[in-house]
Design a protein around this ligand. Structure first.
Ligand code: F6R
Length: 239
């Protein structure tokens, strides 16, 4: 399903309500979230709705699709920390309601993280953003589509972004990040991918209309039966 919104703001409202509806559904399963410029305002909208009209959050279980390995706990560059600040704290969730990658260290962290997700009932919904090169999570071009969670090598573009946004010095830059793999993402019951802005219009087209291939990791979403693409007009302009 593809939904096109006139403005990013309209997309944020629609995505927030979609997220809340899925989170409040009865049953097991985690709400997988992603961090970044696209999903932050969606999380903020969820928090605003909760502040204005509190809903029962006791059944919500969160997890994050990825995080940089080796960032100091509590540092704002950490994706886990941003999920805490954007959702866990504003929604008043207990610690055991959020399964976050910074709680997992060592070489077998990805495997343990994925096992824990599965033990909690798997992903009921995975919300994603999209990189300009087609990446989802830290699955960059060339990632094999059959992979479960793993430690991905971070490209220079991601390091530059971390440096620019959070002032992380280049000599303290993480080289890897824990990410759910394409296979793990495709195991989610539902997937929602939000994309805004003209710079992503070309990759949106490739991911939705191009062939499924490893050079465009998001093209793997064509293999899933319940994917919602939420696009603003500019991101949809090349469809
Ligand atoms: C981060 C993540 C990434 C982002 C992607 C888009 O947790 O999963 O795949 O979704 O890099 O980032 P923005 O929204 O900042 O353009």
């Amino acid at each position: 399903m593809i939904s096109v919104y006139n403005t990013p703001h309209e997309l944020h409202i629609a995505a927030a309500w979609l997220w809340i509806r899925a989170a409040l559904k009865e049953g097991d399963g985690l709400m997988g979230v992603a961090t970044g410029a696209t999903t932050t305002p969606i999380h903020q909208m969820v928090a605003r709705i909760y502040a204005a009209a509190p809903f029962d959050t006791r059944a919500i279980q969160l997890c994050a699709v990825d995080d940089y390995a080796g960032i100091a706990p509590g540092h704002i560059a950490s994706c886990s920390e941003r999920v805490r600040r954007q959702l866990v704290n504003p929604l008043g969730l207990e610690e055991d309601q959020a399964l976050l990658p910074d709680g997992f260290t060592g070489q077998d962290a990805p495997r343990r993280y994925e096992t824990e997700i599965n033990q909690r009932g798997g992903l009921r919904l995975q919300m994603l953003g999209l990189g300009e090169d087609g990446h989802i999570g830290f699955n960059y071009p060339g990632t094999p589509m059959g992979s479960g969670a793993y430690l991905a090598q971070l490209p220079q573009s991601t390091k530059d972004t971390l440096h620019r946004l959070y002032g992380l010095p280049m000599d303290q830059m993480p080289s890897h990040g824990l990410t759910l793999g394409i296979r793990s993402i495709l195991m989610s019951e539902r997937i929602v991918i939000a994309v805004t802005g003209p710079r992503k219009a070309a990759i949106v087209r490739e991911a939705i209309l191009g062939p499924v291939n490893e050079q465009v990791p998001a093209s793997a979403l064509q293999l899933h039966r319940d994917v919602a693409w939420l696009l603003d007009k500019e991101a949809a302009s090349k469809l």
